[in-house]
Structure formats: structure tokens, C-alpha cells
Design a protein. Structure first.
Length: 151
């Protein structure tokens, strides 16, 4: 086990059991993106990247949209203007990666729609074709096409 798997020489499971909590492995549920404008974000993720909208909701001035990405979901959350944090750095290291098909055509389409390109179409050192763009809130979105589909 690596050092990230242990605390004080014990695995996380036994430590949790000491607290009377049944040990359960962590599971990624969904990604929550704090967005300024839900409609602009839906135009990007649903209209341009073709992610299906599972449901939309609103409560107490908050607007939400759940998008399907296979086994997980992305929750787009627009908070009321007086609750939005102007200091939130949406470009601070988070990169969302989507596997796509026919990346060159998708890249051309995104460029025609004036999506901000952070890194143009290229073949990564591991062999996948990649294209890095920014969503309307500045989150980095890496689109990649598996090397197996390039031949």
C-alpha cells in the first residue's frame, strides 16, 4: 500500500470501524460545476457536446441541470446572483475530459461557434488525439479521441 492508503499505520477501513461507521469504499457520484449562467452552460454541454439533459430543477433562486455522462452525471448549478462568489477561479486546475468520436470535425465545429480554444488539435504522447477548450465559465474541457479510432 502507498502512503496515501494509510493513516497512522492503519488502513482507512479499520480506522472508520473504530468510529463505529461501517467501512464503505468511496465512489464518484457526480461533478458539480458552479456556473454563472445556466443557459450558456447548457448551450455548451448539451447543444455543442451533445450531453443529454437528465432533468432540470429550481429551488430558492438556484437553477440546476443534471447532464448524463455515462455512469456519472454533471450537475450544473447556477446560484442566485447575491450568492455567487466573484473570487471563484474556475480555471484553477480542474480539467474535465470527455472521450469523443470524430474529434477533428468536433474541433472545427467548436471553433466555428467561437468556443475559446486553450490548446489546438494535437496527438498526445500517449497516442490519443486531443483538443482543449474552455467552457463558458472558464472550466478547462479536454476532448480526446482514443488512439484505436485514429487508424
Amino acid at each position: 500500500m502507498g502512503s496515501h492508503d494509510q493513516r497512522d499505520g492503519e488502513g482507512i477501513g479499520p480506522k472508520i470501524a473504530k468510529w463505529g461507521i461501517e467501512a464503505m469504499p468511496s465512489m464518484f457520484s457526480h461533478l458539480i460545476l458552479d456556473v454563472r449562467d445556466l443557459e450558456r452552460s447548457l448551450s455548451f454541454y448539451h447543444d455543442l457536446l451533445d450531453l443529454p439533459i437528465m432533468r432540470e430543477d429550481a429551488w430558492d433562486g438556484h437553477r440546476l441541470a443534471y447532464l448524463s455522462t455515462g455512469k456519472t452525471q454533471i450537475l450544473l448549478l447556477q446560484q442566485p446572483a447575491d450568492e455567487q462568489n466573484p473570487l471563484l477561479d474556475r480555471s484553477g486546475g480542474l480539467v474535465i475530459n470527455f472521450q469523443v468520436k470524430n474529434l477533428p470535425e468536433m474541433a472545427k465545429s467548436l471553433e466555428r461557434k467561437n468556443v475559446k480554444v486553450l490548446r489546438g488539435l494535437e496527438v498526445a504522447i500517449w497516442g490519443d488525439r486531443t483538443f482543449l477548450v474552455a467552457d463558458p465559465d472558464g472550466y478547462a474541457v479536454l476532448l480526446s479521441e482514443s488512439a484505436e479510432t485514429l487508424h
